[in-house]
Design a protein around this ligand. Structure first.
Ligand code: ZN
Length: 975
């Protein structure tokens, strides 16, 4: 229908309407007449509808009040007074996205769904949560989500507990987390950005209930809100609902949420901080050096788009000149940049990792010398062209990964909207791209370097160095503080804490009554499709090469994957084989040096990279298929060019540049270290599986902790090992790139397939045709039960095994069990009561299953919770309505909307793992047929897995040492 500017639609006056061709949408901006709330609407045919409400929430301290509110408002509200409506929605809605996020200066509550009824349900629960939360009458919510004194019995040790408290302890465990916090702190001492909106564990216990409530009263008001509607929907109906059910009950209010810009510095600030490492760790080469610049405003198109690009040009692309200069000067072993455009005054950072304090001045000098040199001599225009092309490709492809598109546009909008700018300016990227393309004929980027870096004194030079045993000392101090506090309390006060602790535990252990649970709206099973979608793969042969084709519309993009089967590689060479994959496209070829090669890739494709990968066989755990994959995405008129580049890399790559090889190895090491600190749950799950699964054991060798040790060995004795390494790489390169082990996968339409056929011989012709032998790899199951110790303050606790080995079969109802465990048992035991940030189970068709906790303050208590899961399952008993909820929640995971690329990816995965459409249909039927009895019977399966006692814990050294009896092997990860 037609909308008229100035007309009132259900309480909202249309202020502006605009067609945005870049994103195929009509954008409308409405102002709510009564409250002044602004609503941005984007109309298009995307079925994945998005709603979000956000508030401007600049924190005044580091108690984390904004973050704790974000958690707490989702713990029950006026219309939905259960303990955690959020969890009920995760369990039982068709949401494709459901979360809430706290940023430095805003808090947002986005949801997405493809089902209209579900969409309204989700909107209703979220709006009720933000405007009428139960925090006003239930003090325990702050205790649980924020912090509280925990004392079950008077004689116990007094501790702090709380979900956000632990979450942030985990966030501050990684040096990168501390670095990012300190960068903001040093640049914005006088405004809101000096505070940690997530909460600094040191200050979280300063938060009082009164302050918590007052903060909600002040900021969670329509007049301070940013509302968003996106997708194929009935707009009038949505506006009517939002107005009549919520906004109409409020009046306009003046809210002072203004963020004052930080005044400029006259000279660069020089600061030093420390982070904790283990007493036993070596503290050399563990320092971070960072130069950070405050760069204008996020409402400036030039700052927002061009500096983002400049960061890529200088620090991300292969052979990015500033990165290269810092690596050449051996300032750090890993160099990267960051550009944060999501705050009022964006920040550009240049970071050297694994450096030393003594190199600080040299770091500064190399940065300034290099930048001066670049300004004088100009940036390689091919590099600029490549980077612009890569950005443009990404924008046009609009593949937002696992996120709903609408959510990404909302985030883009907020980057200007929150600061009084036009909410549409960053969504309309065409203008900025056209503008920046002009830089190919000017010295635009050189000017930016001068303006925002060389001549800019609003900057900091930050040193973050390791300090041995800091975490232990801080923990002892905290222990002492709490002990002293406990001793200072009167009998009466102690009793009060014990009583409050036990009240909280009682509340946590008492399930919501059926009446309360029924307030949460629920779809019926009739709202769910019964059939699985088609994921067809057509097999065609072209000149003796097998092509797998996923035929789907991709907007003229071809997603290609040249897959070289890896069983021809000898067992001892597997880690070298993985390193080969990591080096290709990053080293020189006979045609190009590696920088030119990177430019060619950026100019002609959306991406091209090599990687090792393993596909398990879901019907036979002992079978698996390793590949070296060459992946690229490319506009169809550039397919020929991508084939030329690929052929060159495959045939002509040179492993002669020792320095370059070392750089790549060092960067790989640094990135795995980051994973060990920040994603320890992934490491733990992979590690446990490697004890009993041949495929997982292979995976460890090519990407896990085993691979890390392999890389460290080379790096530590590089000069002695490099010659052998080089000859290995050549040998493997000659073996793997062979016609006889190639299979090609393409996602695209027939047009793309035909172009592939016309051009793929460019690659095929350079391959060897020698006959290949496939190797058998040995595997022995071994219960290693490792404690992988890091300087983190939290643990990642994992326990698992393969149920097929124990005589059980896979069944779709196991996915329902996963939903039940994840959002009921493990959620309550390990997160709500235990204080871990998260806990989940993984279940695969192969039979691999694991429980794992995330940022967990506990270890043995969590293992105990895992061991007691069978008791929970045995006594599991819920109403039909609750069971329906779990089934819907499980289906929503199976039915996540797919982008063309992810559809192809899913189809390939199913094909490789031997899963047919019939298998998937059976799985879906089994999910839909699940009942209480099916679930109860799984107690035996889980019990048998737990009895095998295969565990791995990654994390807190102190905790692992204290509980060392649990393990067979203790390993200091960074030694
Ligand atoms: Zn959180």
């Amino acid at each position: 229908m037609e909308y008229k500017i100035g007309t009132n639609y259900n309480g909202f006056i249309l202020v502006r309407e605009e067609n945005i061709k870049e994103v195929n949408s009509i954008a409308r901006i409405f102002e709510h007449e009564k409250t002044g709330a602004i609503l941005l609407h984007m109309e298009n045919d995307d079925t994945n509808k998005v709603f979000s409400i956000g508030f401007k929430t600049p924190p005044e301290d580091s108690t984390g009040v904004m973050h704790i509110l974000e958690h707490s408002v989702l713990c029950g509200s006026r219309k939905f007074p259960t303990k955690e409506p959020f969890v009920e929605l995760v369990k039982g809605s068709l949401n494709t996205f459901l979360n809430a996020m706290t940023f430095s200066d805003k808090t947002i509550y986005p949801i997405a769904s493809q089902n209209e009824k579900d969409f309204f349900n989700l909107m209703d629960v979220y709006l009720d949560a933000v405007f009428y939360p139960n925090i006003y009458k239930t003090k325990e919510i702050l205790m649980q989500e924020g912090w509280h004194y925990d004392l079950e019995k008077k004689e116990d040790e007094l501790t702090y507990k709380g979900v956000v408290y632990n979450e942030m302890k985990g966030a501050f465990s990684s040096p990168e987390g501390i670095l990012m916090r300190k960068i903001q702190e040093t640049l914005f001492p006088d405004n809101t950005y000096s505070n940690e909106s997530g909460g600094d564990p040191k200050y979280i216990p300063d938060l009082t209930y009164e302050q918590f409530i007052d903060t909600h009263k002040k900021y969670y008001h329509p007049s301070n809100s940013y509302i968003f509607l996106y997708g194929d929907m009935n707009l009038e109906k949505c506006l009517k609902f939002i107005n009549e059910e919520y906004l109409a009950d409020f009046d306009r209010k003046e809210i002072d949420a203004e963020i004052k810009p930080q005044e400029k510095y006259n000279s660069i600030k020089d600061v030093e901080y420390t982070y904790s490492i283990s007493e036993e760790d070596d503290d050399s080469e563990k320092t971070f050096l960072a130069l950070n610049y405050v760069t204008g405003r996020s409402t400036d198109e030039e700052v927002y788009m061009d500096l983002n690009l400049l960061e890529y040009i200088l620090l991300e692309a292969e052979g990015a000149p500033l990165k290269k200069a810092l690596l050449d000067a051996e300032i750090g072993k890993d160099v990267f940049g960051s550009f944060d455009g999501g705050i009022l005054q964006p920040v550009f950072s240049i970071i050297a990792k694994n450096s030393d304090v003594s190199k600080k001045e040299e770091f500064r000098k190399v940065v300034y010398d290099t930048l001066n040199d670049i300004v004088k001599n100009g940036i390689d225009k091919k590099l600029i062209e490549g980077c612009i092309n890569a950005f443009e490709f990404r924008l046009r492809e609009a593949d937002t990964g696992g996120y709903p598109k609408g959510l990404v546009y909302y985030m883009n909008a907020m980057d200007s909207w929150l600061y009084g700018g036009d909410p549409l300016m960053h969504i309309k990227y065409e203008h900025a791209i056209e503008n920046v393309k002009k830089s190919l004929n000017t010295n635009h980027f050189e000017e930016l370097i001068k303006k925002y870096m060389l001549d800019n004194t609003h900057a900091s030079l930050l040193t973050l160095k390791p300090e041995k045993g800091l975490a232990q000392r801080e923990e002892n101090e905290l222990k002492e503080k709490l002990e002293n506090y406990k001793n200072s309390l009167s009998e009466e006060e102690l009793n009060k804490i014990v009583e409050e602790t036990n009240n909280l535990i009682l509340r946590q252990s008492t399930p919501d009554s059926p009446e309360l649970l029924e307030t949460i709206p629920l779809l019926s099973l009739d709202d769910i499709g019964k059939e699985v979608e088609d994921l067809p793969i057509n097999k065609v042969k072209h000149n003796d090469i097998e092509i797998l084709h996923c035929n789907t519309f991709t907007s003229n993009i071809a997603y290609l994957n040249f897959m070289f089967y890896g069983k021809c590689i000898a067992e001892d060479d597997i880690p070298y084989f993985s390193l080969l994959g990591n080096l290709l496209a990053k080293v020189d070829t006979k045609t190009y040096d590696y920088k030119e090669l990177s430019n060619e890739i950026l100019i002609n494709t959306g991406d091209m990279y090599f990687r090792n990968n393993v596909y398990g066989n879901d019907k036979d755990e002992n079978k698996y298929y390793p590949f070296l994959e060459v992946r690229t995405k490319v506009m169809d008129d550039k397919i020929y060019k991508s084939m030329e580049i690929m052929a060159d890399i495959v045939k002509n790559s040179l492993f002669e540049d020792n320095k370059r090889i070392r750089e790549v190895i060092r960067e790989l090491i640094s990135r795995i270290e980051m994973m060990l600190m920040q994603a320890g749950h992934q490491v733990a799950v992979g590690r446990v599986a490697s004890y009993f699964s041949p495929a997982a054991s292979y995976m460890e060798k090519i990407s896990g902790y085993d691979y890390y040790k392999f890389l460290k060995d080379i790096e530590n004795d590089f000069d002695n090992k490099i010659e052998n390494l080089k000859s290995k790489l050549y040998e493997l390169q000659n073996t793997i790139f062979n016609k006889n082990n190639l299979m090609v996968f393409i996602t695209g339409e027939d047009k793309e397939l035909n172009l592939l056929k016309e051009n793929m011989n460019k690659v095929v012709d350079v391959l060897s045709a020698e006959a290949l032998n496939n190797n058998d790899y040995t595997f022995n199951e071994e219960q290693k039960n490792e404690g992988l110790m890091t300087p983190a303050n939290v643990d990642y606790v994992c326990k698992g095994y393969n149920f097929k080995k124990l005589g059980y079969d896979y069944n779709g109802s196991l996915l329902v069990l996963k939903t039940i465990l994840g959002y009921d048992y493990l959620w309550n035991r390990v997160r709500v009561k235990g204080g871990a940030y998260g806990c989940m189970s993984t279940i695969a068709r192969t039979g691999n299953m694991a429980f794992v906790s995330y940022r967990d303050p506990n270890l043995t208590e969590t293992l105990k919770a895992f061991n007691e899961a069978p008791d929970f399952i045995k006594s599991f008993d819920v109403s039909d309505r609750e069971m329906t909820k779990y089934i819907i929640g499980t289906i929503s995971n199976l039915d996540m909307p797919l982008t063309p690329a992810s559809k192809g990816e899913k189809a390939l995965g199913m094909y490789m793992r031997g899963i047919t459409k019939e298998d998937r249909q059976r799985e879906r039927d089994e999910v839909l047929d699940t009942n209480v009895e099916t679930i109860k019977e799984y107690n035996k399966l889980i019990e048998d897995i737990m009895k095998k006692d295969f565990i791995c814990v990654v994390g807190d050294e102190k905790k692992i040492k204290a509980d060392k009896d649990v393990f067979k092997n203790l390993i200091n990860v960074f030694n």
